[in-house]
Design a protein around this ligand. Structure first.
Ligand code: F6R
Length: 366
């Protein structure tokens, strides 16, 4: 059932061109500059006038939420707050019937996310679910929702479910932008045409596996690892770090690249691998200075770069290329090499990648 792969995780990583495609199916009409998201249409009026959106989730799904915040604010100009469900539910948050809460959960069974939904519902908020498992508890608790259609995810560390969540949030952001008129239809056509092509680009990103394996061999005995990114590259860094710690048991932290100088830079020495999301987008020049700061302290830099990059290549110890894309789609592509990196490091360390110690697929305890 692993389809010829050594582990479910690797199989699921390789399923992503298809799972993202399945997630987009019937939902985008590039030529018309239109997004069709069944569940959300009933709330189109409410969403158009909403003052803010609150996203609640845990773990990897929370990282998808952070990407969602970036995309929704950027394209629809609606303020978004992203909360850990476990914190949100216990801190008497201010919620009114004007609020829309987006709850993200692969399993649809996470206890804290369910409790956060129930609480927000009691206060009159409209709840929209983004889940993968059809018919799970969360989709039954919400007013409306959109499934991620990634198919069953067996590996405990979430991979294809994450990219499908990000895909749905991208669709929500574009849908809201279309409703609010914050994106022109020609710009929407352009973005949707590009989104339609993202599965092929993911396919291309997967072709770096051989190189990633070689790099993994150099990093496998590290005790720590930092992941840095800016903008939507920051949640990608957090997700890269979470994947590495979950399955390889290497201590890893994700940071916004500019925060490094406010503390974590003290950790950098010749033994510290630093993975940097350094693709060509609005923060490119700034990220380059962050790489220089790491190199000046002899850190080992692995950069995720845009195909054909020469600038970063001059400085970084290792580079992994991903296809060029608009900033909106950076998380969908930059995540791929980080998944493969943690996978290969974990395999080389002899870890049980599909069932890491102490972890369960659904966290039904609070
Ligand atoms: C990490 C991982 C967990 C889950 C978290 C939430 O790889 O899988 O961090 O993302 O437990 O689970 P769901 O999305 O099922 O609510």
């Amino acid at each position: 059932e692993k389809g010829g792969y050594d582990h479910f995780m690797l199989k699921e990583i390789y399923e992503q061109p298809r799972s993202v495609r399945d997630c987009l199916r019937g939902r985008i009409y590039p030529n018309e500059g239109r997004v069709q998201l069944g569940g959300i249409s009933e709330f189109a009026h409410k969403l158009k006038n909403v003052d803010r959106i609150i996203i609640v989730a845990c773990g990897t799904s929370w990282h998808a939420g952070l990407v969602g915040e970036y995309l929704i604010e950027e394209y629809s100009r609606i303020p978004v707050e992203v909360e850990y469900a476990s914190e949100f539910r216990y801190r008497n948050p201010i919620i009114t019937e004007k609020d829309v809460v987006i709850a993200i959960s692969q399993s649809g069974e996470t206890a804290d996310t369910m409790a956060a939904i129930e609480m927000a519902k009691e206060k009159g908020a409209t709840i929209f679910g983004v889940c993968n498992v059809v018919g799970a508890s969360i989709p039954r608790l919400t007013h409306a929702g959109a499934y991620t259609h990634a198919g069953p995810e067996i590996g405990v560390a979430s991979t294809k479910a994450f990219t499908a969540q990000v895909t749905v949030l991208t669709l929500i952001a574009f849908h809201l932008a279309q409703q609010k008129g914050t994106l022109t239809s020609s710009k929407l056509t352009e973005l949707l045409t590009e989104l339609d092509n993202i599965p092929q680009k993911i396919e291309k990103a997967l072709q770096s596996e051989g190189l990633i394996k070689e790099i993994s061999a150099k990093f496998k005995d590290s005790r720590n690892c930092l992941f840095l990114g800016r903008g939507s590259g920051f949640p990608v860094a957090l997700e890269g770090a979470l994947k590495l710690k979950e399955i390889s048991y290497i201590h890893a932290e994700g940071y916004p690249a500019a925060e490094m100088k406010h503390g974590p830079i003290a950790l950098i020495d010749e033994e510290m691998p630093v993975v940097v999301i350094a693709t060509k987008n609005s923060s490119y020049e700034k990220v380059i200075s962050n790489i220089q700061e790491v190199k000046a302290r002899k850190g080992i830099v692995l950069a995720i770069v845009t195909e054909g990059d020469t600038e970063v290549r001059k400085m970084a110890d290792y580079c992994i290329e991903i296809p060029d894309a608009s900033e909106a789609f950076l998380p969908l592509l930059a995540t791929i090499p980080l998944q493969l990196l943690s996978y290969h490091i974990a395999v080389m360390r002899g870890c049980n990648v599909d069932q890491p110690r102490n972890l369960a697929k659904s966290v039904t305890v609070e």
